[in-house]
Structure formats: structure tokens, C-alpha cells
Design a binder for this molecule. Sequence first.
Ligand SMILES: [Zn+2]
Length: 262
Amino acid sequence: MEPAETQPGRLEKIVRHGDGWTAVGLRGTIDEHAGLTAVTAALRGAVVVLDLGAIARINSVGVRDWMNWLKAVGEGGRRIVLVDCSPAMMDQVNLVRNFTQGAWVDSILAPYFCDRCGLERDERLDPVALRRSGTREAPELSCGKPACDLTFDDIEEGYFAFLDDREPPADLDALRRVIAQARAALGGPLNEVTGGASGDAPPRPPSRTVTAPRPTVLEPLPAAPPRPAETRRAGTELLFLVLLTALGGLLGYLLYLMTTLD
Ligand SMILES: [Zn+2]
């Protein structure tokens, strides 16, 4: 029997076929219970499009199994395309050598956060466009409300590190036509992101396993408040003054009582 603390992972697999391609949508957790090899027999055609937008977590066993599976899928010259790589998967793409086993990463999901209204949202980014821009900077986006700014919620240098060794394939346009068909066959993107035409998108997956520390807000608050340490010191001083005043008042009152009693 399984120990009580290991919750069996649930990896939902959706497989669709088209002319020369197979679309596979994966949703949930990739761990020792993922059972990826069950999908292998269902693959047809020369191109496999994997939608990873709803992968919420992947653990170390999952990473190993995933790489072995991907390698097996690619054997025999099959082409693998990864779309909507979720933040959980992107952490591994950037961290683990050969995590993609040479697969083409056609789109990624990037975590965005609005400091003002607290909105968290994954946004789809195009690695080709990012590469062409020549920078490793996440584009600035809007959360839709006036005066709000949606900012990239990870470390750009790390999140976009994978761009360095990705040369777009020569037949990118043709490949993207296949990807569009595969996406449509899966019923739209598995993860709700802006730009995705998904009216009845499934709920977002829970937070990912590997969470990068949220970057600390460095910009000062409006009206240039004193530094936290100073504020704390000022607070202590104020408390001390209040106590001193109260003590003085009490002492005065006692003196008054003493004088009046005499
Ligand atoms: Zn906002």
C-alpha cells in the first residue's frame, strides 16, 4: 500500500489526431504516478504537439520519467513541439539540461502580477518574438484596469535563459499551422491565458511546486515615507514618549493626592 502522505498524482491526458500529427494535452502533476508511457502507443504521424499549459507541478521523479518518455517519443525521427510551457515546466526547462530533449518550445506561459490590485495571471509569450527583440525582458502588459501595471513575476534572466540555445526551425510557419490545428483539436488552450480563444476554459491549476521568490518591491511608497528601520525606531520613540507622559501624569496625580490629603 502507498504511504498515506504520498498523494497519487493525477495527470489527465487528452489525445487528438490529425493529418500527420498527434496533439496531447496534459493536465495536473507529473510525478511517479503520471503514467506518460501510456500515451506512447496512441501517437500517430511525424509531429507531436504537447500542450503543457495545465501542468501545475512536476517533481524529481517526474522530471526523470518525462525526459525518458520524451526521448522515446522522439526516437525514429518524430518531431516534438511543446506549447504553453507552464511556469512549473519552465523552471525545469531552464534548470535541467536536456529537459526538452531537443523538442521545439513554441510558446511559454509567463507569470504576471499586478502590485496594485493583486491580480495574478499567466501570459503566453512567443520565444521567437522574444529572441528577435534581442532582450531578455518580459513585455509590459496591462491588467485591464486604469492605473494598473501587470509586471513579470519571476526573474527574467533565469526565465528566458532557454532562449540562448533555441534557433527557430526553418519551417516555422508550416509548423505553426500544424500547431494551430492541434490546439483547435484539443479544444483551445488548456490553461486560460489572455490571447487564447477559450470561452469555457478550465480552472487554472494550483500553484506550482517550484516557486521562485517573489521579487521584493524596491520602489518607494508614494509620498516618500521613511525607511522601515527608521519608521520602527520612530514608532518605539513615540511609544516611549507616550509611556513617559502617562507615567508623568500618574506621578502628578499621586503628588496632587498627597498634597490634598495633607
Ligand atoms: Zn491591477
